[in-house]
Design a protein around this ligand. Structure first.
Ligand code: BG6
Length: 488
Protein backbone atom coordinates (compact mmCIF):
# COMPACT_ATOMS: atom_id res chain seq x y z
CA UNK A 1 0.00 0.00 0.00
CA UNK A 2 1.29 3.48 -0.81
CA UNK A 3 1.30 6.25 1.81
CA UNK A 4 -1.84 8.30 2.30
CA UNK A 5 -2.16 10.85 -0.52
CA UNK A 6 -4.42 13.58 -1.80
CA UNK A 7 -5.30 13.45 -5.47
CA UNK A 8 -7.01 16.31 -7.27
CA UNK A 9 -8.36 15.34 -10.67
CA UNK A 10 -8.88 18.47 -12.74
CA UNK A 11 -11.66 17.56 -15.17
CA UNK A 12 -12.72 15.09 -12.51
CA UNK A 13 -16.21 14.46 -13.88
CA UNK A 14 -14.97 14.29 -17.51
CA UNK A 15 -14.43 11.40 -19.85
CA UNK A 16 -10.93 10.27 -18.87
CA UNK A 17 -11.73 10.45 -15.19
CA UNK A 18 -14.96 8.45 -15.54
CA UNK A 19 -13.66 5.87 -17.99
CA UNK A 20 -10.14 5.28 -16.72
CA UNK A 21 -9.05 7.11 -13.56
CA UNK A 22 -11.92 6.45 -11.16
CA UNK A 23 -12.31 2.77 -12.12
CA UNK A 24 -8.53 2.35 -11.72
CA UNK A 25 -8.55 4.04 -8.30
CA UNK A 26 -11.50 1.96 -7.15
CA UNK A 27 -9.73 -1.22 -8.25
CA UNK A 28 -6.66 -0.01 -6.35
CA UNK A 29 -8.75 0.57 -3.24
CA UNK A 30 -10.40 -2.86 -3.44
CA UNK A 31 -6.99 -4.48 -3.96
CA UNK A 32 -5.71 -2.80 -0.77
CA UNK A 33 -3.22 -0.59 -2.62
CA UNK A 34 -4.81 2.68 -1.50
CA UNK A 35 -5.53 3.67 2.08
CA UNK A 36 -9.07 4.76 2.97
CA UNK A 37 -7.47 7.89 4.47
CA UNK A 38 -6.45 9.09 1.01
CA UNK A 39 -8.68 11.73 -0.51
CA UNK A 40 -9.74 12.23 -4.12
CA UNK A 41 -11.10 15.61 -5.22
CA UNK A 42 -12.83 15.89 -8.57
CA UNK A 43 -12.94 19.40 -9.91
CA UNK A 44 -15.97 20.31 -11.98
CA UNK A 45 -17.43 23.50 -13.41
CA UNK A 46 -20.71 22.81 -11.63
CA UNK A 47 -21.67 21.28 -8.31
CA UNK A 48 -22.86 17.69 -8.14
CA UNK A 49 -26.47 17.11 -7.18
CA UNK A 50 -26.34 13.31 -6.97
CA UNK A 51 -24.98 11.45 -3.95
CA UNK A 52 -21.40 10.28 -4.57
CA UNK A 53 -22.09 6.58 -4.11
CA UNK A 54 -24.96 6.67 -6.57
CA UNK A 55 -22.91 8.66 -9.09
CA UNK A 56 -19.98 6.26 -8.80
CA UNK A 57 -22.27 3.29 -9.37
CA UNK A 58 -23.42 4.90 -12.61
CA UNK A 59 -19.86 5.68 -13.64
CA UNK A 60 -18.65 2.16 -12.92
CA UNK A 61 -21.61 0.52 -14.64
CA UNK A 62 -19.97 1.41 -17.95
CA UNK A 63 -16.50 0.13 -17.07
CA UNK A 64 -16.56 -2.41 -14.27
CA UNK A 65 -18.55 -5.65 -14.40
CA UNK A 66 -21.36 -5.58 -11.81
CA UNK A 67 -19.71 -8.49 -10.01
CA UNK A 68 -16.62 -6.30 -9.52
CA UNK A 69 -18.54 -3.79 -7.36
CA UNK A 70 -19.42 -4.62 -3.81
CA UNK A 71 -21.73 -2.63 -1.58
CA UNK A 72 -19.29 -2.06 1.25
CA UNK A 73 -16.22 -1.12 -0.72
CA UNK A 74 -18.09 1.28 -2.99
CA UNK A 75 -19.52 3.06 0.06
CA UNK A 76 -16.07 3.31 1.63
CA UNK A 77 -14.57 4.49 -1.66
CA UNK A 78 -17.37 7.08 -2.09
CA UNK A 79 -16.38 8.51 1.29
CA UNK A 80 -12.92 9.24 -0.08
CA UNK A 81 -14.20 11.12 -3.13
CA UNK A 82 -15.57 14.64 -3.26
CA UNK A 83 -16.58 16.94 -6.11
CA UNK A 84 -15.21 20.48 -5.84
CA UNK A 85 -16.67 23.25 -7.98
CA UNK A 86 -13.78 25.07 -9.60
CA UNK A 87 -13.18 27.40 -12.54
CA UNK A 88 -9.76 26.91 -14.12
CA UNK A 89 -9.12 30.33 -15.55
CA UNK A 90 -9.60 32.63 -12.55
CA UNK A 91 -8.93 32.42 -8.83
CA UNK A 92 -11.43 33.32 -6.11
CA UNK A 93 -13.50 31.74 -3.41
CA UNK A 94 -13.63 28.30 -5.03
CA UNK A 95 -9.84 28.15 -5.09
CA UNK A 96 -9.71 29.26 -1.46
CA UNK A 97 -12.02 26.36 -0.61
CA UNK A 98 -9.75 23.88 -2.40
CA UNK A 99 -6.74 25.42 -0.69
CA UNK A 100 -8.42 25.03 2.72
CA UNK A 101 -9.31 21.40 2.04
CA UNK A 102 -5.79 20.55 0.95
CA UNK A 103 -4.28 22.32 3.95
CA UNK A 104 -6.08 19.84 6.25
CA UNK A 105 -4.02 17.09 4.70
CA UNK A 106 -2.49 14.16 6.54
CA UNK A 107 -0.87 12.98 3.36
CA UNK A 108 2.75 12.95 2.30
CA UNK A 109 2.01 13.95 -1.26
CA UNK A 110 -0.55 15.88 -3.24
CA UNK A 111 -0.98 14.90 -6.87
CA UNK A 112 -2.73 17.26 -9.26
CA UNK A 113 -3.86 15.24 -12.28
CA UNK A 114 -4.70 17.52 -15.21
CA UNK A 115 -7.28 15.52 -17.18
CA UNK A 116 -8.23 18.68 -19.08
CA UNK A 117 -7.43 20.13 -22.52
CA UNK A 118 -3.82 21.35 -22.75
CA UNK A 119 -5.11 24.87 -23.41
CA UNK A 120 -5.99 24.98 -19.68
CA UNK A 121 -2.65 23.63 -18.37
CA UNK A 122 -0.99 27.04 -18.02
CA UNK A 123 -3.82 28.83 -16.20
CA UNK A 124 -4.40 25.84 -13.90
CA UNK A 125 -0.71 25.55 -12.94
CA UNK A 126 -0.47 29.29 -12.42
CA UNK A 127 -3.51 29.20 -10.08
CA UNK A 128 -2.08 26.20 -8.23
CA UNK A 129 1.05 28.27 -7.60
CA UNK A 130 -0.95 31.40 -6.66
CA UNK A 131 -2.75 29.38 -3.97
CA UNK A 132 0.47 27.80 -2.72
CA UNK A 133 -0.46 24.31 -3.97
CA UNK A 134 2.82 23.66 -5.78
CA UNK A 135 5.03 23.05 -2.71
CA UNK A 136 7.73 20.39 -2.63
CA UNK A 137 5.21 17.61 -1.79
CA UNK A 138 3.05 18.52 -4.83
CA UNK A 139 3.23 16.84 -8.23
CA UNK A 140 1.46 17.66 -11.43
CA UNK A 141 0.44 14.93 -13.87
CA UNK A 142 -0.09 16.07 -17.47
CA UNK A 143 -2.28 13.91 -19.66
CA UNK A 144 -1.49 13.71 -23.36
CA UNK A 145 -1.71 15.26 -25.90
CA UNK A 146 0.96 17.65 -24.77
CA UNK A 147 0.31 20.35 -27.35
CA UNK A 148 -0.49 20.02 -31.01
CA UNK A 149 3.03 20.39 -32.38
CA UNK A 150 6.56 21.20 -31.22
CA UNK A 151 5.86 24.88 -30.71
CA UNK A 152 2.78 24.41 -28.52
CA UNK A 153 4.45 21.59 -26.57
CA UNK A 154 7.46 23.82 -25.86
CA UNK A 155 5.16 26.60 -24.72
CA UNK A 156 3.28 24.27 -22.35
CA UNK A 157 6.51 22.80 -20.98
CA UNK A 158 7.94 26.27 -20.42
CA UNK A 159 4.74 27.53 -18.77
CA UNK A 160 4.31 24.52 -16.49
CA UNK A 161 8.03 24.77 -15.72
CA UNK A 162 7.51 28.24 -14.21
CA UNK A 163 5.38 26.72 -11.44
CA UNK A 164 6.55 23.10 -11.10
CA UNK A 165 10.10 21.75 -11.31
CA UNK A 166 10.87 18.94 -13.79
CA UNK A 167 11.07 16.55 -10.81
CA UNK A 168 7.48 17.50 -9.92
CA UNK A 169 6.17 17.17 -13.48
CA UNK A 170 4.79 13.78 -14.56
CA UNK A 171 3.90 13.56 -18.28
CA UNK A 172 1.79 10.46 -18.55
CA UNK A 173 1.74 7.99 -21.42
CA UNK A 174 -0.46 5.16 -20.19
CA UNK A 175 1.23 2.68 -22.55
CA UNK A 176 4.29 2.88 -20.30
CA UNK A 177 2.16 1.62 -17.42
CA UNK A 178 1.09 -1.57 -19.22
CA UNK A 179 2.33 -4.78 -17.64
CA UNK A 180 3.88 -6.16 -20.83
CA UNK A 181 5.93 -2.99 -21.24
CA UNK A 182 7.44 -3.57 -17.80
CA UNK A 183 8.14 -7.09 -18.88
CA UNK A 184 9.90 -5.94 -22.00
CA UNK A 185 12.38 -4.01 -19.85
CA UNK A 186 12.84 -6.91 -17.44
CA UNK A 187 13.32 -9.32 -20.28
CA UNK A 188 15.76 -7.22 -22.24
CA UNK A 189 17.95 -6.19 -19.37
CA UNK A 190 17.85 -9.21 -17.08
CA UNK A 191 18.58 -11.94 -19.64
CA UNK A 192 21.86 -12.04 -21.47
CA UNK A 193 20.45 -14.23 -24.25
CA UNK A 194 18.05 -11.55 -25.50
CA UNK A 195 20.46 -8.67 -25.24
CA UNK A 196 23.14 -10.53 -27.18
CA UNK A 197 20.71 -11.06 -30.07
CA UNK A 198 19.14 -7.61 -29.95
CA UNK A 199 20.77 -5.82 -32.89
CA UNK A 200 21.13 -5.53 -36.66
CA UNK A 201 23.47 -8.53 -36.59
CA UNK A 202 20.57 -10.94 -36.00
CA UNK A 203 17.35 -8.93 -36.33
CA UNK A 204 15.79 -8.46 -39.76
CA UNK A 205 13.08 -5.96 -38.80
CA UNK A 206 10.68 -4.95 -36.02
CA UNK A 207 6.93 -4.37 -36.24
CA UNK A 208 4.94 -2.41 -33.67
CA UNK A 209 1.16 -2.37 -34.07
CA UNK A 210 -1.59 -0.78 -31.99
CA UNK A 211 -4.87 -1.81 -33.61
CA UNK A 212 -8.28 -0.73 -32.35
CA UNK A 213 -11.67 -2.01 -33.42
CA UNK A 214 -13.54 1.01 -32.09
CA UNK A 215 -14.16 4.10 -34.16
CA UNK A 216 -14.15 7.68 -32.92
CA UNK A 217 -17.75 7.99 -31.75
CA UNK A 218 -18.31 10.57 -29.07
CA UNK A 219 -14.87 12.19 -29.43
CA UNK A 220 -15.69 14.69 -32.16
CA UNK A 221 -14.28 17.72 -30.39
CA UNK A 222 -11.00 16.01 -29.73
CA UNK A 223 -10.33 13.78 -32.71
CA UNK A 224 -11.15 15.96 -35.68
CA UNK A 225 -8.00 17.94 -36.41
CA UNK A 226 -5.90 15.68 -34.12
CA UNK A 227 -5.71 12.41 -36.04
CA UNK A 228 -3.79 9.21 -35.44
CA UNK A 229 -0.36 10.78 -35.92
CA UNK A 230 -0.79 13.12 -32.97
CA UNK A 231 -3.06 10.85 -30.94
CA UNK A 232 -1.06 7.60 -31.16
CA UNK A 233 2.24 7.87 -33.05
CA UNK A 234 3.76 10.93 -31.34
CA UNK A 235 3.39 9.27 -27.96
CA UNK A 236 2.41 5.59 -27.59
CA UNK A 237 4.09 4.17 -30.70
CA UNK A 238 7.28 6.21 -30.38
CA UNK A 239 7.53 5.34 -26.67
CA UNK A 240 7.26 1.63 -27.47
CA UNK A 241 9.87 2.03 -30.17
CA UNK A 242 12.20 3.71 -27.65
CA UNK A 243 11.84 0.86 -25.16
CA UNK A 244 12.54 -1.76 -27.80
CA UNK A 245 15.49 0.07 -29.31
CA UNK A 246 17.22 1.80 -26.39
CA UNK A 247 20.65 0.83 -25.08
CA UNK A 248 20.77 -0.90 -21.68
CA UNK A 249 20.57 1.85 -19.05
CA UNK A 250 23.11 1.72 -16.21
CA UNK A 251 20.20 1.55 -13.77
CA UNK A 252 16.46 1.28 -14.17
CA UNK A 253 15.90 4.71 -12.63
CA UNK A 254 14.06 7.62 -14.21
CA UNK A 255 17.08 9.60 -15.40
CA UNK A 256 18.92 6.63 -16.85
CA UNK A 257 15.87 5.26 -18.70
CA UNK A 258 14.80 8.63 -20.01
CA UNK A 259 18.32 9.50 -21.21
CA UNK A 260 18.46 6.29 -23.23
CA UNK A 261 14.99 6.80 -24.71
CA UNK A 262 15.94 10.33 -25.72
CA UNK A 263 19.00 9.03 -27.59
CA UNK A 264 16.71 6.79 -29.66
CA UNK A 265 14.43 9.69 -30.54
CA UNK A 266 17.45 11.76 -31.54
CA UNK A 267 18.68 8.93 -33.77
CA UNK A 268 15.43 8.52 -35.71
CA UNK A 269 16.12 9.21 -39.37
CA UNK A 270 14.16 12.38 -40.18
CA UNK A 271 11.53 11.72 -42.83
CA UNK A 272 11.23 14.51 -45.37
CA UNK A 273 9.72 15.19 -48.80
CA UNK A 274 9.62 12.10 -51.03
CA UNK A 275 10.80 9.92 -48.16
CA UNK A 276 7.48 10.68 -46.45
CA UNK A 277 5.46 9.80 -49.53
CA UNK A 278 7.30 6.49 -49.79
CA UNK A 279 7.47 5.53 -46.14
CA UNK A 280 4.32 6.85 -44.51
CA UNK A 281 0.76 5.74 -45.23
CA UNK A 282 -2.12 7.83 -44.01
CA UNK A 283 -5.75 6.81 -44.25
CA UNK A 284 -9.27 7.32 -42.92
CA UNK A 285 -11.91 4.64 -42.42
CA UNK A 286 -15.03 4.60 -44.55
CA UNK A 287 -18.22 2.65 -43.95
CA UNK A 288 -17.79 -1.10 -43.58
CA UNK A 289 -18.67 -3.99 -41.32
CA UNK A 290 -17.38 -4.91 -37.88
CA UNK A 291 -18.05 -8.31 -36.35
CA UNK A 292 -20.82 -8.86 -38.90
CA UNK A 293 -22.57 -5.50 -38.39
CA UNK A 294 -22.60 -2.53 -40.73
CA UNK A 295 -20.78 0.50 -39.32
CA UNK A 296 -20.50 4.10 -40.46
CA UNK A 297 -17.45 5.79 -41.87
CA UNK A 298 -15.45 8.43 -40.00
CA UNK A 299 -17.26 11.50 -41.33
CA UNK A 300 -20.67 9.99 -40.53
CA UNK A 301 -19.51 8.86 -37.09
CA UNK A 302 -18.70 12.49 -36.31
CA UNK A 303 -21.67 13.87 -38.26
CA UNK A 304 -19.36 16.10 -40.27
CA UNK A 305 -20.88 18.19 -43.01
CA UNK A 306 -17.65 18.63 -44.97
CA UNK A 307 -15.20 15.88 -45.91
CA UNK A 308 -12.34 15.71 -43.43
CA UNK A 309 -8.60 15.24 -43.93
CA UNK A 310 -8.06 13.76 -40.46
CA UNK A 311 -6.34 10.36 -40.56
CA UNK A 312 -7.50 7.42 -38.44
CA UNK A 313 -4.74 5.09 -39.66
CA UNK A 314 -0.99 5.53 -40.03
CA UNK A 315 1.72 3.06 -41.08
CA UNK A 316 5.37 4.11 -41.13
CA UNK A 317 8.67 2.56 -42.06
CA UNK A 318 11.25 4.18 -39.80
CA UNK A 319 14.99 3.79 -39.24
CA UNK A 320 17.19 4.41 -36.26
CA UNK A 321 20.59 5.63 -37.32
CA UNK A 322 23.03 4.15 -34.85
CA UNK A 323 25.40 1.18 -34.68
CA UNK A 324 22.92 -1.20 -33.13
CA UNK A 325 20.10 -0.64 -35.60
CA UNK A 326 21.74 0.40 -38.87
CA UNK A 327 19.70 -1.06 -41.73
CA UNK A 328 16.90 -2.52 -39.56
CA UNK A 329 13.48 -1.14 -40.50
CA UNK A 330 10.92 -0.45 -37.77
CA UNK A 331 7.40 -0.73 -39.15
CA UNK A 332 4.90 1.16 -37.00
CA UNK A 333 1.16 0.94 -37.50
CA UNK A 334 -1.97 2.11 -35.74
CA UNK A 335 -5.57 2.47 -36.78
CA UNK A 336 -9.17 2.68 -35.68
CA UNK A 337 -11.91 0.37 -36.97
CA UNK A 338 -9.46 -2.44 -37.73
CA UNK A 339 -10.81 -5.99 -37.44
CA UNK A 340 -9.70 -6.46 -33.82
CA UNK A 341 -8.15 -4.72 -30.85
CA UNK A 342 -4.60 -5.73 -30.07
CA UNK A 343 -1.18 -4.23 -29.50
CA UNK A 344 2.00 -6.12 -30.15
CA UNK A 345 5.67 -5.86 -30.91
CA UNK A 346 7.16 -8.45 -33.26
CA UNK A 347 10.92 -8.88 -33.40
CA UNK A 348 11.69 -10.79 -36.56
CA UNK A 349 15.13 -12.37 -36.71
CA UNK A 350 17.12 -13.02 -39.87
CA UNK A 351 16.82 -16.20 -41.84
CA UNK A 352 19.38 -18.93 -41.23
CA UNK A 353 22.31 -18.33 -43.59
CA UNK A 354 22.34 -21.91 -44.82
CA UNK A 355 19.84 -24.77 -44.62
CA UNK A 356 21.28 -28.16 -43.69
CA UNK A 357 18.06 -29.86 -44.90
CA UNK A 358 18.45 -29.93 -48.69
CA UNK A 359 15.40 -32.18 -49.11
CA UNK A 360 13.05 -30.04 -47.08
CA UNK A 361 11.01 -27.88 -49.44
CA UNK A 362 8.72 -26.41 -46.80
CA UNK A 363 10.99 -23.46 -46.01
CA UNK A 364 12.53 -22.40 -42.74
CA UNK A 365 10.67 -19.56 -41.11
CA UNK A 366 12.80 -16.95 -39.39
CA UNK A 367 12.53 -16.86 -35.59
CA UNK A 368 10.09 -14.35 -34.24
CA UNK A 369 9.76 -13.01 -30.75
CA UNK A 370 6.31 -11.61 -30.02
CA UNK A 371 5.47 -9.26 -27.20
CA UNK A 372 1.70 -8.95 -26.92
CA UNK A 373 0.55 -5.99 -24.81
CA UNK A 374 -3.18 -6.46 -25.18
CA UNK A 375 -5.85 -7.72 -25.00
CA UNK A 376 -3.74 -10.08 -22.86
CA UNK A 377 -0.05 -9.97 -21.85
CA UNK A 378 1.77 -12.61 -23.70
CA UNK A 379 5.33 -13.38 -24.74
CA UNK A 380 6.02 -15.98 -27.37
CA UNK A 381 8.97 -17.25 -29.33
CA UNK A 382 8.38 -18.89 -32.69
CA UNK A 383 10.96 -21.37 -33.82
CA UNK A 384 11.45 -24.34 -36.12
CA UNK A 385 11.51 -27.89 -34.73
CA UNK A 386 11.55 -31.35 -36.24
CA UNK A 387 8.11 -32.75 -37.00
CA UNK A 388 7.45 -35.32 -34.29
CA UNK A 389 7.93 -38.86 -35.48
CA UNK A 390 8.63 -37.79 -39.05
CA UNK A 391 11.87 -37.94 -40.97
CA UNK A 392 14.51 -35.59 -39.63
CA UNK A 393 14.27 -33.23 -42.55
CA UNK A 394 10.56 -32.53 -41.96
CA UNK A 395 10.27 -29.28 -40.06
CA UNK A 396 7.46 -27.27 -38.54
CA UNK A 397 7.12 -23.99 -36.72
CA UNK A 398 6.10 -24.02 -33.06
CA UNK A 399 5.32 -21.27 -30.61
CA UNK A 400 6.95 -21.32 -27.22
CA UNK A 401 4.74 -19.38 -24.83
CA UNK A 402 6.25 -17.75 -21.80
CA UNK A 403 3.90 -17.65 -18.88
CA UNK A 404 4.82 -14.20 -17.68
CA UNK A 405 1.68 -13.57 -15.68
CA UNK A 406 2.09 -16.63 -13.49
CA UNK A 407 0.11 -16.33 -10.29
CA UNK A 408 1.98 -13.39 -8.91
CA UNK A 409 -0.91 -11.58 -7.25
CA UNK A 410 -2.99 -8.58 -8.31
CA UNK A 411 -2.13 -6.84 -11.52
CA UNK A 412 -2.26 -3.09 -11.59
CA UNK A 413 -3.93 -1.42 -14.56
CA UNK A 414 -1.76 1.18 -16.31
CA UNK A 415 -3.44 4.24 -14.83
CA UNK A 416 -3.37 2.91 -11.28
CA UNK A 417 0.28 1.95 -11.57
CA UNK A 418 1.19 5.37 -12.92
CA UNK A 419 -0.86 7.32 -10.35
CA UNK A 420 0.77 5.33 -7.54
CA UNK A 421 4.19 6.01 -9.08
CA UNK A 422 3.37 9.72 -9.14
CA UNK A 423 2.37 9.51 -5.46
CA UNK A 424 5.75 7.91 -4.72
CA UNK A 425 7.55 10.47 -6.87
CA UNK A 426 8.93 7.79 -9.20
CA UNK A 427 9.29 9.24 -12.71
CA UNK A 428 10.77 6.21 -14.49
CA UNK A 429 7.56 5.48 -16.39
CA UNK A 430 6.85 9.12 -17.21
CA UNK A 431 8.06 11.09 -20.18
CA UNK A 432 10.71 13.80 -19.91
CA UNK A 433 10.06 17.13 -21.59
CA UNK A 434 12.97 16.59 -24.00
CA UNK A 435 11.43 13.31 -25.18
CA UNK A 436 8.09 14.97 -25.86
CA UNK A 437 9.76 17.73 -27.82
CA UNK A 438 11.96 15.40 -29.90
CA UNK A 439 8.98 13.20 -30.71
CA UNK A 440 7.09 16.26 -31.92
CA UNK A 441 10.05 17.38 -34.02
CA UNK A 442 9.94 14.03 -35.88
CA UNK A 443 6.17 13.84 -36.41
CA UNK A 444 5.80 17.56 -37.18
CA UNK A 445 7.87 17.15 -40.35
CA UNK A 446 5.45 14.52 -41.57
CA UNK A 447 2.30 16.42 -40.61
CA UNK A 448 3.64 19.64 -42.16
CA UNK A 449 4.43 17.79 -45.38
CA UNK A 450 0.87 16.46 -45.55
CA UNK A 451 -0.49 19.93 -44.92
CA UNK A 452 1.73 21.57 -47.53
CA UNK A 453 0.68 19.03 -50.12
CA UNK A 454 -2.98 19.35 -49.08
CA UNK A 455 -3.21 15.60 -49.54
CA UNK A 456 -6.39 13.81 -48.50
CA UNK A 457 -5.84 10.57 -46.59
CA UNK A 458 -6.36 7.27 -48.41
CA UNK A 459 -9.54 5.44 -47.57
CA UNK A 460 -10.05 1.99 -46.06
CA UNK A 461 -13.15 0.06 -45.29
CA UNK A 462 -14.01 -0.24 -41.59
CA UNK A 463 -13.27 -3.79 -40.48
CA UNK A 464 -10.23 -4.26 -42.75
CA UNK A 465 -6.50 -3.98 -42.01
CA UNK A 466 -6.18 -0.51 -43.56
CA UNK A 467 -5.51 0.59 -47.11
CA UNK A 468 -3.64 -1.44 -49.72
CA UNK A 469 -0.65 0.93 -49.38
CA UNK A 470 -0.04 -0.27 -45.79
CA UNK A 471 0.15 -3.82 -47.04
CA UNK A 472 2.40 -2.70 -49.87
CA UNK A 473 4.77 -0.93 -47.45
CA UNK A 474 5.75 -4.43 -46.33
CA UNK A 475 5.29 -6.44 -49.50
CA UNK A 476 7.63 -4.31 -51.54
CA UNK A 477 10.33 -5.10 -48.94
CA UNK A 478 9.35 -8.80 -49.30
CA UNK A 479 7.94 -8.79 -45.77
CA UNK A 480 4.44 -9.03 -44.29
CA UNK A 481 2.51 -7.84 -41.28
CA UNK A 482 2.79 -10.70 -38.85
CA UNK A 483 -0.70 -10.54 -37.40
CA UNK A 484 -2.46 -10.67 -40.74
CA UNK A 485 -0.65 -13.76 -41.84
CA UNK A 486 0.76 -15.95 -39.12
CA UNK A 487 -0.39 -14.45 -35.89
CA UNK A 488 -4.17 -14.88 -35.99
C1 BG6 B 1 -5.46 7.10 -26.08
C2 BG6 B 1 -5.95 7.67 -27.39
O1 BG6 B 1 -4.29 7.74 -25.68
O2 BG6 B 1 -5.20 5.72 -26.23
C3 BG6 B 1 -7.18 6.91 -27.87
O3 BG6 B 1 -6.28 9.04 -27.21
C4 BG6 B 1 -6.93 5.44 -27.91
O4 BG6 B 1 -7.60 7.39 -29.15
C5 BG6 B 1 -6.34 4.95 -26.59
O5 BG6 B 1 -8.16 4.79 -28.15
C6 BG6 B 1 -5.91 3.50 -26.68
O6 BG6 B 1 -5.54 3.04 -25.41
P1 BG6 B 1 -5.68 1.50 -25.01
O7 BG6 B 1 -4.98 1.38 -23.71
O8 BG6 B 1 -7.14 1.22 -24.95
O9 BG6 B 1 -5.01 0.76 -26.13
Amino acid sequence: MVDVFDLVIFGGTGDLSRKKLLPALYAGYVAGRISSKSRIFLTSRSAQDVAMEEWLREVFAATTPACGIDAISIREFANMVEVVELGLTEGGEQWETLQAKLSETKSTSVVHFLAIPPSLFTSTCSLLAEYGLNGSNARVVLEKPLGNNLETAQAINADVGKFFGEDQTFRIDHYLGKEAVQNLLALRFSNIMFEELWSARTIDHIQITIAEDLGVQGRAGFYEGTGAMRDMVQNHLLQLLCLVAMEPPARLDADSIRDEKLKVLKSLRPLEGDLIDRNVVRAQYGAGAMHGEAVKGYADDLELEEPSNTETFVAIKAHIENWRWAGVPFYLRTGKRLPERFAEIVIQFKEVPHSPHPDWKGGINPNRFIIRLQPEDHLALRMMVKNHGAKSETLREVEMNLDVMGNSGTRLGPYLRLILDAVKGDQSLFVHRDEVEHAWRWVDRIINHWQEKGQAPKSYQAGTWGPYEAHDLMVRDRREWFHETVGK
